[in-house]
Design a binder for this molecule. Sequence first.
Ligand code: 5MM
Length: 341
Amino acid sequence: MNVKELEKTARALVAPGKGILAADESHGTIEKRFQSIQIANTEDNRRAYRDMLFTSKGFGDHVSGVILFDETIKQKGLAGTPFPEVLAKSGSIPGIKVDAGTVAMTGSPEEKITQGLDGLRERLIAYRQLGARFAKWRAVITIGTTIPTLPNLRENAILLARYAALCQEQDIVPIVEPEVLMDGDNTIQRCLQVTEQTLHETFDALYDHCVVLEGMLLKPNMVIAGKKCPAQATPELVAELTLQCFRHTVPCAVPGIVFLSGGQSAAQATHHLSLMNAGPLPWQLSFSYGRALQDEALKAWGGKPENVAKAQKLFAARARLNGLARSGKYEPKMEAELVRA
Ligand code: 5MM
């Protein structure tokens, strides 16, 4: 294991003014995204869509790295260049999703366990040869009246830690993603309690598996009320409780926390990130958004080549606003830039 290389990659991914684009939608997830713009989920459409995002002007200015799906890391863009090379040329680091999705947990079927450890060492070796320098594994934690259970949190934490240790063995920076879903009707306080417990279990397991904290990144949810909760929290409270939670649970040896957006609107996710970056912090606080970076561009693109330029402008504008949020310099009035783009 080359700890210096791991640290260098991790720090580059959370460089000031930049963050990660999560473009690792599995076939099932990209199908849902394409349904929203009524286009077919074909390999050519997936290539054209990812090409539109990755070739937008100044892509590497605010996108430090991209999480790719297995198909995309092996695919060529519209100009015939392999996508990992397209990204590297723009100054963005290629990454890869290596989990194989979730299954119902035995004995507690409302909860999910992530799969994908079988053959992972060999897959990591192959992905590194294709250019991947970081990876991602997502655990999904659901809030309900009697869940999450401790066995679910522990099992997911152990799987995350085993994945992270295997990545570091191959000099690939693991992004550790324990996502507490925001789909329910729970309060923000309940999200705080579950996220705190999830992170305690996760860091215990990472310690047990000798994962080098300096050579990893954490990709968590923000502490936020469930979408169906009647009492939605203010952006200021989301920022305050999220920081409180991470100060209690994330060692300062971890170079960066890169949030997922989890179903927040693009403007909300940017605003929350900016509020949290208002003062000094023990880690870099950045983004690894999927929907919150892509939704506006996806809608504008609509699968039509004639819309590529407009969609790329919207993507670049949203990436720039998130770049500003990295130093607390975003203000909601800047949303007007997207209307003008
Ligand atoms: C881009 O979506 C990712 C892949 O999801 P599936 O494996 O379900 O297809 C997802 O893991 C994503 O990286 C994170 O949830 C962050 O995306 P959001 O949209 O929550 O910012």
